[in-house]
Design a protein around this ligand. Sequence first.
Ligand SMILES: N[C@@H](CCC(=O)N[C@@H](CS)C(=O)NCC(=O)O)C(=O)O
Length: 201
Amino acid sequence: MKLRYSATSPYARKVWVVALETGLAGRIEFVPTNVWAPDTDVSRDNPLGKVPALITEGGEALYDSPVICEYLDSLHDGHKLFPASGGARWNQLRLAALADGILDAAIAKRIELAMRPEDKRWSDWTARQDRAMVRALDVLEEECAAWGDDFLIGQIGVAAALGYVDFRDPGLDWRNGRPALTAWYAAIAKRPSMVESEPKG
Ligand SMILES: N[C@@H](CCC(=O)N[C@@H](CS)C(=O)NCC(=O)O)C(=O)O
């Protein structure tokens, strides 16, 4: 399998963490891809022009990150990261969606502040993204005490989201007023899969 990824993409990081946690990383060739390069060919594997994209051993391209993560989880016989059914499954999918929503807001803000010309920036838009992230982080603060030792697809998404906010938006100061989430993340960030996939650059 080949994974088109970028070392700074939090969506790709989720896939990377899943690959490491499931023992599948050795079967994946990691192909660095700069989706913003004018001559990028990423759309050959993902018409949306985004990473991550996974090319399976059968040569099929899969996207986006939730689909790739669930596909990888189907390839191993160990402890599953996606619960098979019932409330546990819906809860993990909801948590994963919440984490992806934090990422979507963080990326929208990043594009606004780092890529859009200053005179074209829309401060109401970045403030809206901030509010979405703050509300989602508050929900995580409420919920994380119940997670115990779980590091399933929802918690992996949350870890990737918090790591990305630390990396790109430390000014959001997400730890402020969220002691439970802070303690949870401090422990989870030491997992080998989190250390190996830490964003660089
Ligand atoms: N929903 C997608 C989001 C992927 C995504 O937005 N990736 C970013 C990199 S962090 C990207 O490739 N952006 C290029 C673009 O938006 O054109 C997923 O979960 O895989």
